[in-house]
Ligand binder design. Structure first.
Ligand SMILES: *Cc1c(COP(=O)(O)O)cnc(C)c1O
Length: 356
């Protein structure tokens, strides 16, 4: 275990949180930063610093060949005043899986978790306390070796940043309209869809922009081979509640394995729902809607926790749920997960890690 070196006094400036917190626009005082050099034996100089601009050589390989991965999790100020993280070991594990896929170096999971805890502790006054607010944690890694050769970089930078955030949807827990695209694909099995790799998101922007222009908040991706089976939404996994079953696409290699997804599956099983991870075709959803056996659809992810779907558009077909009320199960899951995160509901699965 490497000791974390502090380059900064713990408290330097007074925290003034803006009245309105737009997601990902406000940053705290400090970052965790460490560098990797294969010639120097790997990771070195783990340091907590004041937030600063980076100075990188323009030939840094991240700018040209895109070795960049990230994670996203949150710290919550609980009702009793303690600071909680939700299953952060899952993010450490997924980060290393993403790194392996992108030929980037591994980071010791204990160091990854220790760095998050220390940084959150130092900037704890930035954690907003209003209901639904939290501190978003963004670890990421980029290739920094200056070289035009196409091969894995010999140098990397690992950084953790913090951003106080309000509820993902400023209008409140309202359902969102989603458009199914068959014009683009996000990921294919054996590709990089399983990794939280920056390039996946760049590749999805065109579809997102087109969906927005038609009044839809997000895109639901179909499988890349047959364009028949649903996969996931921008940065959320998807669940479909039929009359006798709650189904979510199986992790077959092109879908991001969400921590929220895994937690929702666990909760649903324990509540006695018939849960399955399987292939779900868009036609099955449309048929079920026409037969009256489609109950609700929702997305799961750290940022929004649960997003109930109000409308699902596919070609000329439109599935309509309520535009104003979130689905029954979506609401129940949202209340349960946020209840555990904010310490209002007992942490019976040991999902919480305390920072202090
Ligand atoms: C991050 C992400 C998710 C959700 O994962 P969580 O761990 O639940 O936050 C789902 N899909 C994609 C593409 C993502 O990037």
């Amino acid at each position: 275990m490497i000791d974390i070196h502090y380059e900064t006094a713990e408290k330097e400036s007074k925290v003034v949180l803006p009245e309105k917190l737009v997601f990902g626009r406000t940053f705290t005082d400090h970052i965790f930063e460490m560098d990797y050099d294969s010639a120097l034996g790997g990771w070195h100089n783990p340091t907590i610093k004041k937030i600063h601009n980076l100075s990188l050589h323009p030939a840094s390989m991240v700018f040209h060949y895109g070795q960049a991965i990230f994670e996203g999790l949150k710290a919550y100020k609980q009702v009793g005043g303690r600071i909680a993280l939700f299953r952060p070991e899952k993010n450490a594990e997924r980060f290393n899986n993403s790194a392996a896929r992108m030929s980037m170096p591994q980071i010791d999971s204990n160091l990854f978790l220790k760095a998050i805890k220390e940084l959150v502790r130092i900037d704890k006054d930035w954690i907003p306390t209003k209901p639904g607010y939290s501190l978003y944690i963004r670890p990421f890694m980029i290739a920094t070796e200056p070289c035009f050769g196409v091969r894995p970089s010999e140098n990397y930078k690992f950084i953790i940043m913090l951003s106080p955030v309000g509820p993902y949807y400023p209008e409140g827990f309202k359902p969102v309209p989603i458009m199914v695209t068959d014009k683009y694909v996000r990921a294919v099995r054996k590709g990089t869809g399983e990794a939280k790799a920056a390039g996946n998101y760049a590749a999805g922007l065109a579809a997102q922009v087109e969906a927005k222009a038609e009044g839809y908040t997000q895109v639901l991706w179909l499988d890349a081979i047959e364009q028949k089976f649903i996969e996931e939404v921008g940065a959320m996994n998807i669940f479909v509640r039929f009359k006798d079953e709650v189904a979510t696409p199986a992790l077959a290699g092109s879908i991001l394995p969400g921590v929220t997804r895994a937690s929702v599956i666990q909760l649903l099983k324990d509540w006695g729902y018939n849960v399955s991870e399987r292939a779900i075709s868009i036609n099955e959803i449309l048929d079920s809607y026409k037969k009256g056996t489609l109950v609700e659809i929702f997305g799961t992810g750290t940022a929004a926790v649960i997003s109930s779907v109000s409308r699902l558009k596919y070609k000329d077909e439109l599935i309509k749920f309520s535009d104003t009320e979130a689905g029954e199960l979506s609401t129940k899951l949202y209340d349960e997960l946020t209840g555990i995160q904010y310490g209002k509901i007992e942490d019976r699965y040991n999902w919480i890690t305390y920072v202090d």
